[in-house]
Design a binder for this molecule. Sequence first.
Ligand code: HEM
Length: 169
Amino acid sequence: MQSLQEKASEWSGVDSADAFAIDNTNLFQKLGLQTFINLSTNFYNRVYDDEEEEWFRSIFVNSKKEEAIQNQYEFFVQRMGGPPLYSQRKGHPALIGRHRPFPVTHQAAERWLYHMEKALDSTPDIDEDSKIKMKNFFRHEFHQITSLPILIKPILNSITVLIVYFASR
Ligand code: HEM
């Protein structure tokens, strides 16, 4: 069976080497804390103002914008070479588990990426190379978040068939 990472590469069209090129440069040192704060602020301003796709904005209805911004930039800072701000405050990121309450469908993921790419393009001081690295990482990463439920579905289906079979004997 394919690993989650192989599946994410296949679906996203971003191979692992490109997705993890963010690890070849210390983007935190290069861009600085304020740039990450600006990026997440831009991103969530767009999300909370998304009037074209109400259903997408509604995914965030129970989250406070300021907290969502902080959660996101602290995670980015720690993932991209900075201090472990996110883990110090909240523990292990466990992104798949933390997204479980939300309908992270393929369509939602595309909208997430659309806003993130616009936010990257409108945040000053992010050079083209860093932008490409982050875009590849995000595209690969969100496929990882969305593909797990699809990968485990056949396993759950098989277990259900077995339970039904043994219960009926
Ligand atoms: C696939 C589409 C995605 C959707 C629909 C989505 C949705 C959400 C929502 C509704 C929250 C709760 C807001 C909050 O209170 O923080 C959240 C949190 C978060 N998301 Fe996403 N997300 C997506 C993809 C991603 C990706 C690709 C990343 C990272 C590369 C990411 C990183 C985070 C982080 C770090 C948090 C904070 C988790 C916490 O501390 O509870 N998300 N996301």
